[in-house]
Each structure stands twice: as structure tokens, then as C-alpha cells.
Design a protein around this ligand. Sequence first.
Ligand code: SAH
Ligand code: SF4
Length: 344
Amino acid sequence: MFKPELTKNLTDEGYQTYRAKQIYLWLVKGVNSFNQMKNIPKELRNYLSENYYIANTQIERVFNSKDGTKKYLFKLNDGKFIESVLMKYNYGHTVCISTQVGCKMGCKFCATGRSGFEKNLMASEMLSQIQAIQIDNNIRISNIVLMGMGEPLDNYENVVRFLRLVSSEDNLNVGMRHISLSTCGIVDKMYDLAKENFQLTLSVSLHAPNDDIRNSLMPINKKFNIEELLKACRFYIEHTNRRISFEYAMISGVNDSMDCAQELAKKLYGMLCHVNLIPVNNIDFCGCNYKKSNIKHIEKFIEILSKYKINTTVRRALGADINASCGQLRKNIKKEGDSYANIC
Ligand code: SAH
Ligand code: SF4
């Protein structure tokens, strides 16, 4: 909840404004029960327990990578599992959060996409991933990326509410400029997002230079093709004055040829953008045989893009030893009584 919402609800019930202030401070700290709110009278705590609930992400397992990255498997109030990742950079702590349990979009290279869709997360469930990680590490999160499980723009209302909440001064106060949102390209929602005029960074998962290749990797391309997608990107840039970041997973023999680089460069030429090449994570599940492009090949790809003055980087693979990519962990873990089994 936003602080003014909570304040209104409580004052309508006859409680004083300063109580709402005290309760909100506890919520922002990330307490997971009303009984932990020590300065709140028992009668009010009982009232809160009867009328509200606190979204609660319980840490189910934590995986520590040698490079300092930590991957969390969280259990939600309703028993479903989601993943988040904490990354430590020299400029601060970044958390990658999930926005849905599973995903409907079915991208062929993505573990989350392969595992189907269960539900949309509420804003509170997004927020509590960050709070749980802050408490567990005794740190303040300075940057947030919506790049975990799920397609944020397929859960538009909750995601926008989350963005407003997490960036509000009363709440975690993470500036929009420190937030990135990644989408597979739900074009109509990209226009809506542009009109919100948030100063966040929009990442677009492009992964292909033409419709034939993109259709084979990402079913969403059959609904919104590359031309429509890039038109929406141009609108987004004009409207917000923000540079777009294109994600491009380099898959050996699929989208990494020099012809692909030329085609991509021509399409993006002149656009206020940045390209992030990600050597695809070889995913170890049934029927999938996508392999990473080798680094020499990636370097040649970058050379072509740079001839067209397209700013390109290769994403540093953090947490490679702990399956830190989207959906990989949950996919491999299924609770059976107290034991875990690989469900691949
Ligand atoms: N649904 C959103 C955000 C979550 S996915 C989106 O698709 O953008 C976050 C990023 O991880 C996306 O760029 C996605 O394409 C990428 N990704 C998924 N599986 C991957 C894999 N096996 N290797 C490399 N990148 C992957
Ligand atoms: Fe969903 Fe993104 Fe995975 Fe595609 S890449 S299936 S949109 S989470």
C-alpha cells in the first residue's frame, strides 16, 4: 500500500495519523507479521491481522556464487516458488526480481518460458523480494532490474503499481533511473509505459535481426513483428528521451552470423540505443540444444555493429555456477515432502 492509502483507511476507522506512520515504517523495514510491530497497541495489531495481510516471501534456499552473486528461491504466502538474484557491483547492490510465477510467452531458449504460467505477482510480492534480500544481507538495494521470472508488461497494472511504490519517498525510495524493466516486446503495453513517462531504462529482448529467426525463438513475434516493435521503441525514445537497451542472446548457428550482424545494424542504425550481447545460457532441458556463440565470433559481431556506431557490450555472466538465469533454479527444484528432485 501507499502511505496515504493506509493513513486514510486507518483514520476512517478512527485511529490517529501517527499510528499509520508507525505502521508504515515497520512495513518498509520488511517485517512479516503485525506482532513484530512493537510500538503498536495489541488491539490495533489484532485489527490489522483481521483486516490486512503482509505479503511474505520466505527464503526457501539461497545459492552463493563464487563471484558474490546470490540466488534466492522464495516461497510465497500461497506456497508458490519464485526466484530473485542479488548482484554486487562496484556502484551498489542490484536485485533482479520476478514479476510473475512462470510466464505465458514461451520463448524457446528460456527456462521460465518452458515451465508455463501460474500467476501474476502483486506489487507487494515484488516489493517483498527486495525487502527480504535487504534484511538477509543487511544492505540497502540501490538498483532494481525486472528481469527475473515473468513478462512485466503482461502484468502491467501490478508492475506499474510496484514501480510507483518502490520509488516513492515513503517507501524504498529507489529512483526510477536506477530501475530497468525488460520486455519481450508487448507492443501495446510499451506505448502505455511510454506515456507513464517514467525515467526507467527499458530493455527490449530482441534476440534476432529478422522475423524468420525471431518467430522461431519467440512466439510473441507472431503477434507483434520486428517492424511494429521497433516503431514502439522509437515512440518510447521520443516520448521519454531515454536510451533503449536491446538484449541479444548469442546462439551459435542461429542468430550470430555476420549477415545477422549486418541486418541488425541496419535496423538499429541511428537509434538512441545500446546493444547488450548475452552469450546464451546453455539450458539443460529436454529437447533444447541452443549453444553459446564463441567469444571470437562475438567479437566479430561487435565489430560490425560498431561500424554502424551502435554502442555494444557483452553482458558479464554473473552467477554462472549457480544457475542464476531466469527460471533455471525453480525448474530444477521441486519440493517433494522434504526432499528436492530434478524435474527436467
Ligand atoms: N520477460 C522479460 C524479462 C525476463 S527474461 C523479457 O523477456 O525480456 C530476462 C532476460 O533473460 C531476457 O532478455 C531474456 O530473453 C533472457 N534470457 C532468458 N533465457 C535466457 C538464456 N537461456 N540465455 C540468455 N538469456 C536468456
Ligand atoms: Fe517469458 Fe522473458 Fe522467458 Fe520469454 S524470455 S519466456 S518473455 S521470461
